[in-house]
Design a protein around this ligand. Structure first.
Ligand code: BV8
Length: 246
């Protein structure tokens, strides 16, 4: 399943960047964006809900969508794909996970160097002051209100049309420009600026690979495209590059 040339590139790499998307959490039973519209949310398009305009138009609906997704994340556990990335970091001199996911599963799996491009669904912030709020009075108000200024609270995630956190994006760009190997795993490669990182890596000479059961728009431009679920491909890549010592 894993090309031997990709295994060698991983073994020789000094800095590896792994961009992950919702597909990496699919095997932890968190629906991907493209599959998220099931059940009661079937009639909503996530790109319609994950926007500041949607929140201002219907704060209760958007807050409840995130409460539902937060409950999925609360029950989710890292899968072998997350665990393989955490283990890879103990073999590769430098490995940075740049994730589009907001579920916190890379940290939970033990990955230490994680850049959360789109925030974290488990954090809540004040709409007005933009400060993270740890606790608030539970009243019948939905969304709840900021204890300091009484503005609405919102999830601490980056919505469509919002800029990514500058320091996080700068570090992701720097990692992509300096890496020897760029792995794009479990993402449909359609959301920017995250989807642009692979081009930066290529421009500065990195080898690039995609791991996704369905080839994406970027598959043709990759040095390798592994058509497999991340929960199988990442452990296989780890075992091939750094076989366990008997
Ligand atoms: C920005 C957090 C600029 C929220 C997310 C108009 C105005 C402004 C910007 C734009 C605009 N038009 C376009 C843009 C740019 C826009 C964009 O890229 N739009 C796309 C749709 C064209 N980007 C933005 O808006 C970004 N901001 O540009 O700001 C700016 C600058 C200064 C000042 C003002 C503005 C912000 C983008 C971040 C949006 N927030 N998430 C939340 O989670 O609710 S994005 C969200 O969707 C996810 O985080 C994720 O990134 C994305 C979904 O992508 P994927 O992760 O790839 O998931 P998807 O379901 O698509 O695919 C899953 C893949 O996994 C599939 O390929 C599947 O085959 C595969 N898979 C399935 N199972 C497995 C698997 N793979 C491996 N193993 C498996 N088992």
């Amino acid at each position: 399943m894993i090309p031997t040339t990709l295994v060698s590139a991983l073994r020789d790499a000094k800095l590896v960047v792994v961009l992950t998307g919702a597909g990496v959490s699919a095997e932890s039973n968190i629906p991907t964006f493209r599959d998220a519209m099931t059940g009661l949310w079937a009639r909503y398009d996530p790109q319609e809900l994950a926007t500041p305009e949607a929140f201002l138009r219907n704060p209760k609906l958007v807050w409840e969508w995130y409460a539902w997704r937060r409950s999925l994340c609360a029950d989710a556990k890292p899968n072998p794909g997350h665990e393989a990335l955490a283990a890879l970091a103990t073999h590769v001199p430098n490995l940075i996970v740049v994730t589009q996911n907001v579920d916190g599963l890379h940290h939970m799996a033990g990955s230490r160097r994680v850049l959360e491009l789109h925030g974290n669904i488990k954090r809540t912030k004040c709409l007005k002051e933009k400060r993270v709020v740890e606790s608030w009075c539970e009243t019948d108000q939905v969304p709840p209100r900021c204890p300091q200024c009484d503005s609405m609270l919102r999830p601490d995630v980056v919505w469509f049309g919002e800029p990514l956190p500058k320091d996080v994006l700068d570090r992701a760009n720097q990692a992509a420009a300096n890496c020897d190997l760029f792995l794009s795993v479990g993402t449909s490669s359609q959301v920017y600026p995250a989807a642009g990182l692979v081009y930066l890596a290529r421009r500065f000479g990195a080898k690039t690979a995609e791991i996704n059961p369905d080839a994406t728009v970027q598959a043709e431009e990759m040095d390798w495209a592994v058509a497999a679920p991340s929960g199988e491909a990442l452990p296989a890549l780890l075992a091939a590059a750094f076989p366990p010592k008997d």
